[in-house]
Design a protein around this ligand. Sequence first.
Ligand code: XMP
Length: 326
Amino acid sequence: DWNAGNVIAEQVARIRAQIGTGKVICGLSGGVDSAVAAALVHEAVGDQLTCVFVDHGLLRQDERRQVEEDYVKATGVRLITIDAEKQFLDALAGVSDPEQKRKIIGREFIRTFEAAQKQLIEEAANEGDPVRFLVQGTLYPDVVESGGGSGTANIKSHHNVGGLPDDLDFELVEPLRALFKDEVREIGRQLGLPEVIVGRQPFPGPGLGIRIVGEVTKDRLELLRQADAIARAELTLAGLDNEIWQCPVVLLADVRSVGVQGDGRTYGHPIVLRPVSSEDAMTADWTRLPYDVLAKISNRITNEVKDVNRVVLDVTSKPPGTIEWE
Ligand code: XMP
């Protein structure tokens, strides 16, 4: 029988054996996986761990504050934040292809961690041990879907598996590599993380960058961030957070359609709502959200978000659709 306590004991022992007295960094994305992976490593090696939060400009509204305040308060981990918005947006300029975006984001993540590593080494100049280890919250489905499992085609390069550069300067610590999301949540609870963190819906590491179909720009990110915040607020208000696995909100940046608002013609972009129900993200069904909730979200987004004049609902299961559009 699966038992969170046993998995924790086993992983803590393994992590200690792998890391020894070395130093380790962990990138926090604001999502469940990296939060639990970091908490496990913290349990195993305490202050040998430093968490790094990369603000790459592809985050959702309020995400940075949640990591910097809520997570740190709950765990007591040492955290540094790196402002990397310009670096990521420059690297993504002119790129529309989904796999290319994923690889660029994965590469910039690692470059940023390497910069953090240098910074930490300089800070701890006389403390000896270099930072050699990097924790990642890779789950079993990430491994399978990036083609790491036996006999599986590459569907998407998850940023933390397929996007790693060949000249990686870290040894990876991946304590969740054999686990599914519900198991990870259970471990997080067992480790004392608050429900706001372990109950959080999945959000991909490449963030809003893979929820803009088309080129990623600062203006488009701002539109999408507003639409996403509205959808999330209304779903929470309607008490639907536990009914849905996650609800990606997608901006079709290269599509325009004609609309009418007030007395005038508009020519704006559509926003896609993608609510899904799932056990483990390997398969999913579209969630039958109440019409009045959909209506409220649609009205608010078209009224409040500039240049968005249409909201559409994705009614595709996985397969054949994936959960994210890219
Ligand atoms: P797909 O789109 O493949 O998504 O059906 C399955 C689940 O994985 C999440 N996802 C990611 N998570 N890095 C992550 O940490 C990624 O690159 C990534 N791509 C997709 C997605 O949100 C869904 O929960």
